[in-house]
Design a protein around this ligand. Structure first.
Ligand SMILES: Nc1ncnc2c1ncn2[C@@H]1O[C@H](COP(=O)(O)OP(=O)(O)OP(=O)(O)O)[C@@H](O)[C@H]1O
Length: 594
């Protein structure tokens, strides 16, 4: 959906429904006119039928009023249906964009993913499709009812205006006294839901270490606060709703009393007295309904505000020109970066260039920034300064869905998704069986898959289901290799592998080398490091060196630069044991000349 600079997609979608809302307003006009039918019927029965004692007139009037009731009921039905469709259309127009925005926010605010926007959309849709909104469409007709009552008698008009004003003041008090409580309750509800959601994700850890009661206590605290605020708000709203209902019924009775007085005075007929009471009920009903449904309105208003905030904070991806397929030349130019939302960088001033087909290991002590570097290389986390280029193009310029097939990524925590093994390997796109098998064979997981109950069609769940940790890792590797990407980034791919898994990984690296795939691999395994061209050593977010992994062949000139550090020295440094016999390493931005 196109976005105008000052309006969110939600506002645009609501604006697109303006015509439907105008129709609903028109329907409301007719419905409210037809609502006058019972009063007119009453008026005619009292003032005409009873005085003329004519059963034919009564029959005619009754038939007409029944017909009008049927029309009114039908219009009301159509009005409800239009609103349901407006709600559904809004949902359909906005849900894709919302999905993308929610997803992108999860990347921008790592560690705090929340599905609340979908709940917000449901709240908004339900309000738009529910009866709560009708009160707002009926409210504009209140002055019309008061005007008709004034035509009956000026005192009727004055009385109705006073009664409506009293109820409106009550509605205003309701809004003021519940607004902050309901917003607070809403916020706490979202927090308690997010907490429960994250606890559910870690159910095994909670169970194993008996942490459930502690986390339950935390969740209970939030849930309790939510309940307290919600109850306070409901108490106040309930009391006001009660007062408003009682006052409405009382006003309806009192107008009868006023009518009777005017009848005695001779300035009003008996029919007008009864019809006036019915009209009064109609005039006050929307205000009463609004007070009753205020909680739903506030929830929808809060949801609307939250959705708008999300959509403005995460603008839609701009349409980008298609680019030619990239080559696996990755260049980092004085990159300073860190987790999104964190001001302090985790990586400082990193420069590096890889040749297509080159294999580079990234080593360094824990928290050196290796995984951060992997994310930054792939454009998952944005840079704070500098740039990351793939095949000469800034990686942030690529539309992700176009870049994705050229990239393979195996994160430290392998996340699989609900679906079949083949769908997982094929990244949930069109499953190309030959490519799925090729990727699985490269990752050394083909035989393992064949041993599963339904082979490649075996269903797995997001947490891996039937697969062991090592198998999931190999499946994640197959997914990373699917479609022969030009750049593959593997974050500790050997973390869960046994000896055969490690052999398979080494075989895989040999194949990737043959096919010219650029590989960055985070690993400290000596067997893996034997397969790389260069080793990039990171320490405290800075690149200590990026030197050839192997000492040059005997006949080649010996390394003269400080940066051409043999691998044995780098390994020691990576494990926090600096090799004091050698001078400090400096940065080597250039790839080795082959
Ligand atoms: N999502 C995050 N939010 C905030 N800080 C983060 C996040 N991820 C990593 N960091 C911080 O960035 C720094 C580097 O972390 P990173 O995971 O890149 O290190 P690493 O070298 O991969 O460590 P390890 O070998 O233990 O996996 C750490 O200080 C860590 O606290």
């Amino acid at each position: 959906m196109a976005t105008s600079p000052d309006k969110t997609d939600l506002q645009l979608a609501l604006a697109a429904s303006r015509q439907a809302f105008l129709y609903i307003l028109l329907f409301s006009l007719f419905i409210n006119l037809l609502m006058l039918a019972p009063s007119i019927y009453m008026l005619q029965v009292y003032d005409r039928v009873i005085t003329t004692r004519s059963p034919e007139t009564l029959l005619m009037l009754t038939l007409v009023v029944v017909f009008l009731f049927i029309v009114m009921g039908s219009l009301d039905l159509v009005r409800s249906r239009i609103l349901v469709r407006v709600g559904n259309r809004l949902d359909m127009q906005i849900s894709d964009r919302l999905y993308q925005a929610t997803f992108k926010r999860a990347l921008l605010v790592p560690g705090k993913p929340s599905a609340q926007p979908f709940n917000d959309l449901t709240t908004l849709r339900q309000f738009l499709s529910g009866n709560g909104l009708f009160a707002f469409f009926d409210a504009p007709w209140i002055p019309v009812y008061i005007a008709i009552l004034t035509l009956f008698h000026p005192w009727f008009g004055i009385f109705a205006a006073v009664a409506a004003s009293v109820l409106m003041v009550l509605a205003w008090i309701n809004e003021k006294s519940t607004q902050s409580l309901l917003s607070e309750a809403n916020r706490e509800h979202v927090q308690s839901q997010d907490l429960a959601q994250s606890n559910l994700r870690n159910a095994e850890v909670l169970q194993a270490m008996g942490m459930l009661p502690n986390l339950l206590a935390r969740w209970r605290g939030k849930h309790h606060d939510y309940l307290v605020h919600q109850s306070h708000a409901s108490d106040r709203a309930g009391a006001l709703s009660n007062v408003s209902k009682t006052l409405r019924v009382m006003f309806q009775s009192l107008i009868l009393g006023l009518g009777a007085f005017l009848v005695i005075e001779g300035s009003l007929t008996g029919g007008m007295m009864i019809a006036g009471s019915i009209l009064m009920g109609r005039a006050l009903a929307p205000i009463d309904q609004m007070i009753g449904g205020w909680k739903g309105f506030v929830a929808a208003r809060t949801a609307h505000a939250r959705l708008n905030a999300l959509l403005s904070a995460v603008p839609a991806e701009p349409q980008r020109m298609p680019l030619p397929p990239p080559v696996g030349r990755l260049a980092l130019e004085t990159v300073t970066a860190g987790p999104p939302g964190e001001n302090r960088p985790t990586l400082w001033d990193l420069s590096l260039q890889s040749n297509p087909g080159e294999h580079i290991a990234i080593v360094g002590p824990s928290a050196a920034g290796k995984s951060t570097l992997a994310r930054v290389m792939l454009g998952v986390w944005p840079v704070q300064s500098g740039s990351v280029r793939l095949g000469g193009t800034d990686i942030s310029q690529w539309p992700r869905e176009r870049l994705g097939p050229f990239i393979g990524y195996l994160p430290q925590d392998v996340e699989l998704f609900d679906g079949s093994i083949s769908e997982n390997i094929a990244r949930f796109g069109d499953v190309n069986p030959a490519q799925v098998i090729e990727a699985a064979q490269k990752a050394g997981v083909h035989d393992i898959i064949l041993r599963q109950s339904a082979g490649y069609d075996t269903q797995i769940s997001g947490s891996g289901g039937v697969l062991s940790g090592g198998q999931r890792q190999r499946l994640g590797l197959a997914r990373a290799l699917y479609g022969n990407p030009v750049l593959v980034v593997l974050d500790e791919p050997d973390a869960n592998l046994d000896a055969s898994g490690e052999r398979a990984l080494q075989h895989c690296l040999r194949q990737l080398r043959t096919q010219g795939t650029t590989v960055f691999i985070i690993s400290h395994s000596p067997a893996i490091l034997e397969h790389v061209d260069r080793v990039l050593v990171l320490q405290e977010g800075r690149m200590v060196s990026c030197a050839p992994a192997h000492p040059p062949a005997p006949k080649m000139p010996q390394p003269t630069r400080e940066t051409d550090t043999p691998i044995h020295s780098i390994r020691m440094r990576a494990r926090g044991k600096p090799d004091d016999s050698r001078p400090p390493l400096s940065l080597s931005p250039e790839p080795p000349k082959s």
